[in-house]
Design a protein around this ligand. Sequence first.
Ligand code: PMP
Length: 398
Amino acid sequence: MAVESAVPIRLTGAAGRIDSSAIRDLLEVVDRGDVISLAGGLPAAETFPAAALADAFADIIATDPGALQYSTTEGFGPLRQWVAERHGAEQDQVLITHGSQQALDLVVRALVEPGATVVLADPAYVGALQVFRLAGARLAPVASDVDGLRVDAFADRLRAGARPALVYLVANFDNPTGATLSLQRRIVLAEMADHYGFVIVEDDPYGELRWAGDALPPMRSFTDRAVTLGTVSKIVCPGLRIGYSIAPRPLAEAMVVLKQALDLHTSTLSQRAIHRVVTTPGFMTSQVDRLRPLYRERCATLVDALRAELGDRFEFDPPQGGMFVWGRLADSIDTQELLPAAVEQGVAYVPGQAFAVEGDYRQSLRLSFATTPPEQLLEGVRRLERALTKLSPRGESR
Ligand code: PMP
């Protein structure tokens, strides 16, 4: 039997600096069969190309001697080339990473010294907050609205002397707010990057999940000081952990060296299997053509149910793509306090405060429609209404 040591294990400051994601913790709590979870940002599993991947894995292992071998840090050449072509970039700008989450970590390691300033919208994606906190960055949140980051408010800060190392954006269908950065704001932000010398990190997992309105150009098309982070997680499947970055050259090279130190390279086999599937003629078009109407329908069901069941008790702007509806309860109800009542009724969501950088989002919440079929979305909203009425019968709270 091991002898218990009297000397406690001492953790680094970094290990103590970040909290476990409230969403991941919540997913464990609501992993009860009878709870309709509108909490996690999980893609619709029935769209994962399981059969095509099974064939690809089997065939690649049987026929490609390199498939089980170590490989280059930059990633599988043909997969990098596929990414480069889709994004109008050069192959040497592309690094294949373990999900886009790792790409963000690498950019931050390359650009953000401890204490350096990172600008981001408030509320923000929790996974990005964890990366910035781990790096010891100083977070400088900027308010956002239905058109994304309030670039005018950011401009005031720059004029007052703020000098961020980077600006982090989910410009298309933000997580959690669903907002998309307007064209005008993209142009102004790119000019500001050139003028003040910061780097824009555009994290774009949801851009292809647009079912209404026109696609807007990426930040890289307006300035050389922008990095795109991409992923197959939301359009193929997340479990293989294949993401990528497209970066200006000196930064791209630095990221390769950093990745070498972290994990040598992304799984050789997964990269080849994903490459095989996504380059199968017609695959990507049919995959995206399947996802868009599926999510459009689910989103519309959720939006209609919210309007019908909650009416003016819930304020929100329906998104034109992505996976989330973000809104605010009109009565003074703390969504964190409402959650146990909601789970008791059999529905879960993410309380807004989980995404807060500095702001107060205690009345907000995020609902994901991606994983849940329409009839369950309807039932989920009915359960939410019941929880709400139990906690705050209409008329008494006002
Ligand atoms: N960025 C954002 C904004 C996300 O919502 C997510 C997934 N929830 C990621 C990055 C992570 O994506 P990946 O699976 O490629 O690491």
